[in-house]
Design a protein. Sequence first.
Length: 315
Amino acid sequence: MVGIDPKAATRTPPKTVVFRVKRYNPKSGREWWQEYKVETHRGMTVLDALLKIKEEKDHTVVMRYSCRMGVCGSCGMVINGVPRLACQTQIAEVADEGNPVVTVEPLYNFPVVRDLLTDFTDFFEKHRSVKPYLLRKDREEQEEPRGQYLVSPEEHALMYEFTLCISCGLCYAACPVAAIDPDYLGPQALGYLFRYVIDPRDEEWQMRLMIADSEHGCHKCHYAATCSMVCPKVVDPAQAIQRLRSLLFKYKLGLWRKKKTAPLSEKPKDWKPRKPLPPEAQLVSPDVDLERLESEPVTVEVDGKRVELRYTIYD
Ligand code: SF4
Ligand code: SF4
Ligand code: FES
């Protein structure tokens, strides 16, 4: 596991570190390596160093970040050849006095927009394609919820690890299959898919297994497990994919079916049906002339004064 070295923040990195940053200019198509010397301090992360470069040396360097605390998953990049979160990587982890050089590149297997900034459109499309949300058949309960679906601590423990994914894409960048098959769903999407197959509240497990069984699904995985090695949240997508394969195999032989789904709790004593929406928030009836409603002001009385209102119709 690459993981985080909890002691790295207590070590002092080399006083001056050379950052070799891979640059890309989409207008000219030019790619090059650029070096910057950075004065460091204890506790400094790779993202801190890149921001220092941007503020003090070269404002044209482009990268993405947001939370700066390993939660949003937006600062993924390849640091010394390994996909990592820049905000979670101490310089002391990746540079020492013997080799005070850090190379930084954009994530592999993602199109590069500019410098260290990569395009996640296709990655999120794959994420969406596995329907990463609960699917239930009890439509009435969905529209008028009365209780909660009960999940035991044991059931929760089985899927907990897979709920920690922050969709940072590091696993995808480390995957050799994603490098050669751009349509491969990849470890992140398949990990999510597995999490919903085993979630006792979900009822569409058969449909999910069919997605996993597709041409670019779990059978493509080589089980190199580099995805799991680089995950900053210690999720194990390689294991999820192997377990998906095993479930699929047993399902096809008629040896596995998901047991009945999570039961609904008792209706709480203070349960009340939802209040109907106020009349002004209800959908416009089909016989209303929308164009006229938008173009002609409506006069209403507010505190004894007549006020003209104009409606805006949203689709
Ligand atoms: S499984 Fe880990 S590495 Fe992959 S997207 Fe989720 S958090 Fe990132
Ligand atoms: S285990 Fe499968 S998904 Fe993970 S890196 Fe290897 S080939 Fe990719
Ligand atoms: S900036 Fe949010 S995870 Fe690094």
